[in-house]
Structures are given as C-alpha cells and as structure tokens.
Write a protein that binds this ligand. Sequence first.
Ligand code: ZN
Length: 112
Amino acid sequence: MGTISTQYNVGDTVYIVVDVRAETAVACPICSSTGKVTLSGQEFQCPACGGQKTRGAKTRSAVAATVLQIQVSKCEERCQVLYTMQHSSGRASLPEVAVFATEAAAIASMGG
Ligand SMILES: [Zn+2]
C-alpha cells in the first residue's frame, strides 16, 4: 500500500463554501408574510413559504473551517478525498475539490 498524500491535514484551517441563512429574512411576496393565502374564500397555508412567512433566505458564503477528519476512498485510478470540517455554523463533508487554502480561492469558486 502506498502512502496517500492529501492536500490538507487534520487540524488545518481551510475555506469552504456553505449555504448560510441570511441574517435578515426575506418577506414572502406571495402571502405578504401572513403565512396564509386566501383562495375562493378559503384560507390555505401559503405554498411558497410553507406558512413560514419568509422565503428561504439563504446565501452562499465562504467560511473558514477546521479539518476534523479525512477519508480516502476509491484509489484505483484517482483517489477521492473527503474532508469533514467544523465551521462556525456546523459541520460539512466535502470532497477535496471543494476545499480551499484561502478565502479568496473559495470565493472565486462560487463564480460571479
Ligand atoms: Zn408565503
């Protein structure tokens, strides 16, 4: 068995892109943030926001994370390296291609 080299090590600080809930929730435009819609005199739970009164206001953001665990699998042709990381909003498991050494690189990966 050869030695598998990974780009990052346990304990390293890396940058990843995560979906984070926006601090200010966006009001639901369908129900005017009442959570209900009225159709033919009958009241229904708003289908757009599911009665939550706000739309899923999520944004993609680059965050710093600490590598907790590294799993390597399928090494016949190309190793797949999966990192489990702790970041400020929780944990994430991502392949090496989605893990970055710098915040700028993580932001760049999001595209325009
Ligand atoms: Zn709604």
